[in-house]
Design a binder for this molecule. Sequence first.
Ligand code: OMP
Length: 240
Amino acid sequence: MTRRRAIVAAPIAVAIDAPDIETAARWAAAVAPHVSTLKVGLELYLRYGPEVVETVRGARGVELFLDLKLHDIPATVAGAARAVARLGPAFLTVHASGGADMIRAAVEAAPDTRIAAVTVLTSLDEAALDTVGVRGPASDAVRRLAVLAVGAGARALVCSPHEVAALRSEVGPEVTLITPGVRPAGADQGDQARVATPEAALAAGADLLVIGRPITRAPDPGAAAAALGAALRRAGASPS
Ligand SMILES: O=C(O)c1cc(=O)[nH]c(=O)n1[C@@H]1O[C@H](COP(=O)(O)O)[C@@H](O)[C@H]1O
């Protein structure tokens, strides 16, 4: 990491959820000078595979977050995690609800990658959770899944900004807490249900904020990423 990046990179993972690889490359190049991390998810990876990882990584100096949300039997998840570990992602997501054996399988198959366990999707509110048989506050389910995941070796957790503070006291300082569901004041919430502003997520103790459309769908994604990074610095983010 160069000295300049050490000063300017904000703790933001930009979700590069682009429809095609050319758009992904453009967004990645525009935002990379301002953020610590770029996230490649299902939309791009299922279409292009490892090629898109290399394209996004062409924006040098950023960490790669591979968001494949693996969820299958332990042997299958181990094989999948091993298959993508050679791409060297800093983070790889699995669904915590796959259970402890599945999470442990991913951790053992990709020892140099932080396995990030997704607790309860930020698009789900309590009414939606109820329809899939999860009763009670979302925060209870998040806490239960977080404890399970960390016990199985996950070194990162994905939750909404609403649950960060409670999880921090539950799992301690070593686990990376990652929050999607981040919306600058006045931004369109879209399909996200459990949301907060970047400043609030940071103040609650998040380590890394996942932000997609508020940056990528802005008229100038580079300027939007720079503005959010500056806002976080004013709010007290330590440079990454
Ligand atoms: O694992 C994730 O990154 C994730 C987990 C979650 O609970 N909610 C969630 O929105 N995400 C991802 O975070 C990104 C959010 O994008 P925006 O809603 O556009 O900011 C998307 O790429 C989602 O796939």
